[in-house]
Design a protein around this ligand. Sequence first.
Ligand code: HEM
Ligand code: HEM
Length: 204
Amino acid sequence: MTTDTRSMTATRQGNQAGLPERFNLLAQLLHWTMAAAILAMLFIGVAMMTSLTWRPRMLDLHQPLGIAILLLVIVRLVNRLRHGAPALPADLPRWQVMAATASHWLLYGLMFSLPLLGWGVRSAGGWPVTMLAGVTLPPIAPVDPVWYAVLRDAHGLLAWLLFAVVLMHLSAALMHAWVRRDGVFSSMTPAGLHRRYRGNPGSD
Ligand code: HEM
Ligand code: HEM
């Protein structure tokens, strides 16, 4: 196999299957904005639980940012279901394709359920969910100590699961970018960013 042929087979197969080579701009914008917001949320959540001094200020930030994530993931899901995703490289082992698909849907599930659970924790505790400018959201769970305990545990556990899946996702993304150099990483970045690699289709 020549270098050219090898790099072609290892490159993302989007065009050949009639699928896009990259996620559309909205998907890319939402992916990177939400990645920053979610990482911030994980740290804000931990700060909230470990410092009584910081807790009120962190909670004021945690709630509107979490609800923003809930709204953005709905836009993201609609965009994803309407426009699909680029195909993965044809030579990617089957287990990796399955792991990527499963972990992406798990990430969507967590981005959706975590804010709802957080909202539920506040509701079950009898507290309002306060947005910026003092706007409050209606409760979504009954005020009840058992509900509160269950939702609180579920929110904490799923937050840690999200952290673990994000770490695996990050490792896989960097493996594609630096080791396989197969176009998977660049499918989540604007085309212009990779102009300097033109002429070498296997680069990422
Ligand atoms: C993607 C969105 C979210 C992420 C990643 C996230 C993450 C976290 C984390 C890491 C903690 C600390 C958990 C622990 O150490 O046990 C936490 C606690 C908490 N979160 Fe969230 N959260 C999100 C959304 C929300 C939303 C939307 C609300 C409310 C509207 C909320 C309300 C809370 C509350 C009240 C706690 C403290 C619970 C307690 O006192 O034990 N969260 N969150
Ligand atoms: C909180 C952090 C993150 C979350 C929740 C997240 C979530 C996701 C999801 C759900 C997808 C699948 C998109 C789809 O099929 O519609 C995706 C794809 C992708 N993400 Fe992330 N991501 C995060 C952070 C990162 C980071 C830090 C990187 C890189 C360093 C990264 C690189 C990528 C790449 C390259 C893809 C495309 C993979 C593919 O098509 O198979 N992500 N991400």
